[in-house]
Design a binder for this molecule. Structure first.
Ligand SMILES: *Cc1c(COP(=O)(O)O)cnc(C)c1O
Length: 498
């Protein structure tokens, strides 16, 4: 993709400002009935003048259109950002979520006037319980990490009730876990005990057995793990922890790998969280809003956050849950995401959902088979297929040419392909974590593989070409120090409007 040259140095709106230009004419302050506003807002807070840039309408339209072209998104090209599931999301979910009848509901409306959305929340939580094999699901958590935090707090509360919190303060977390797992466990007050991976990139069960003890509060298992593998010893891992009195937590952010094929609840997990903004529509990325529902088995249901949605004669918020860990978010969940997920699940249905798993796993294995070799070395020597994503190392390329994983990522940008996740997981050197997703056509998998091969060839012939990329993007290589330095970062445009 080659961007229009004019996009490169797009000035700020404030820099385009020149006095006297008019984009649209608003009714004058005196024309609108201002008496109400004046009586409602204290005088000292009423603004007389707002310093906004003056611009014509075409200038504004062009400005924002250009900015939109500087961005890369799933609607523009392949976006194989490992661990983030940047797939195509059906536009119908977007339309329904932005329907005014949903988007303009107010959280303070009384329950009788929001029965529709409450029914959707209720049914969604039931569907997610079925999908995960758990008994009850809270839709409140606002992100995957937030769901993990809720899960860890539930374990904490249960241990407290059992009078075991003092002794059981260790959370076992494999080194192939997602980075949020140790963070949330320690935020919830646990000491994190790291479990190493074995040669196949799976939890080292012998090492696990050595550290399991009376101090074990539980284990948080990312499945598939960040090497892209399904933990085939999952039953042994769970029973080891449970026999020692600990709880089992399934990080199901990437449920797309097993969706409709297997259920964490059936694998004897007590708690599961999902990222709706990965598996069930809603693009993930840019730190946008999320939804990380948490499902638990019956014995932990009382501890879920308040409120839950109750179904009686009508749907209502249930606050009468004395054992609950409490409120973890204002109001109830990010409704736009919950709606998108609801539509997505209803649309695919029981027959369609497993195809998402099949397609994402097939795409990842196909792409890995096409690129693996000297330059792109699979993270582990194993016959096991990967799940929805995989990790390769470019360490050979780095040793012979100096080209690092980050350089390969930059070179991909020049071809209109989004970079994969780089330098994660931390267990593999110079790694790329690639997730082609379930929605990518075969032609783009082939092209991605070809481009990766070309980059390796170019690196061997003339590495300086790779170091010079990206050349075709709106912004070239950033001076990362400068970009973060407070003295060089100007965020105040106000002075520009005169
Ligand atoms: C993305 C992800 C998370 C964290 O989700 P956020 O919504 O970004 O907080 C946790 N675990 C795994 C395995 C993930 O892929």
């Amino acid at each position: 993709m080659v961007y229009h040259q004019a996009v490169w140095d797009e000035p700020l709106l404030a820099e385009l400002h020149s006095k006297g230009k008019i984009g649209i004419t608003l009714p004058s302050y005196k024309q609108i009935d201002d008496s109400r506003a004046e009586s409602l807002v204290p005088k000292k807070l009423l603004r007389k003048d707002v310093k906004l840039p003056s611009l014509s309408q075409p200038e504004v339209v062009r400005h924002f259109t250009k900015l939109s072209q500087m961005n890369f998104g799933v609607d523009l090209g392949p976006y194989f950002l490992g661990s983030c599931t940047m797939k195509h999301n059906p536009k119908v979910s977007e339309r329904i979520a932005s329907n005014q009848n949903f988007s303009e509901l107010h959280p303070y409306q009384d329950e009788d006037s929001i029965q529709g959305i409450l029914q959707i929340f209720y049914e969604l939580s039931e569907m997610l319980a079925e999908i995960t094999g758990t008994s009850r699901v809270s839709l409140a958590p606002a992100a995957g990490a937030h769901g993990e935090f809720v899960g860890a707090l539930i374990i904490r509360k249960r241990l407290q009730e059992l009078g075991q919190l003092k002794e059981r303060n260790e959370m076992l977390i494999p080194d192939s876990a997602h980075g949020t797992n140790p963070a949330t466990a320690s935020m919830a007050g646990f000491r994190v005990v790291r479990i190493p991976s074995d040669k196949e990139g799976l939890v080292d069960v012998e090492a696990l057995k050595k550290v399991v003890s009376k101090k074990t509060a539980g284990i948080m298992l990312t499945v598939p793990n960040t090497h892209g593998f399904f933990e085939k010893n999952i039953r042994e891992i769970c029973s080891t922890v449970k026999e020692a009195g600990g709880f089992t937590y399934y990080d199901g952010a990437n449920l797309n790998a097993i969706l409709g094929k297997a259920r964490p609840g059936d694998m004897s997990f007590d708690i599961v969280h999902l990222n709706l903004h990965k598996t069930f529509a809603t693009p993930h990325g840019g730190g946008g809003p999320g939804a990380g529902p948490v499902g638990v088995k019956e014995h932990l249901a009382d501890y879920l956050p308040i409120p839950l949605i109750k179904k009686g004669k009508k749907y209502s918020f249930d606050y009468n849950r004395p054992k609950s860990i409490g409120r973890i978010k204002n109001f109830y969940g990010n409704s736009g995401l919950l709606l998108r997920a609801y539509v997505y699940i209803r649309m695919f249905g029981k027959e369609g959902l497993p195809k998402i798993a099949e397609q994402s796993v097939l795409a990842a294995n196909y792409l890995l088979a096409k690129i693996k070799g000297e330059d792109y070395i699979p993270s582990h020597k194993t016959k096991a297929p990967v799940k929805h994503e995989f990790v390769v190392s470019v360490k050979n390329l780095t040793a012979s040419t100096g080209v690092r994983a980050g350089d390969v990522a930059k070179a991909l940008l020049d071809e209109g392909l989004h970079a994969p996740t780089t330098y994660f997981p931390l267990t593999v050197e110079e790694d790329l974590m690639i997730e082609p997703t379930d929605s990518e056509p075969l032609s783009s998998l082939d092209r991605y593989a070809e481009v990766l091969k070309k980059i390796a060839e170019t690196a061997r012939k003339d590495a300086s070409q790779i170091f010079a990329s990206p050349k075709n993007t709106a912004v070239g290589r950033l001076d990362e120090v400068k970009a973060n330095h407070p003295l060089t970062l100007t965020l105040n445009w106000n002075k520009l409007v005169k």
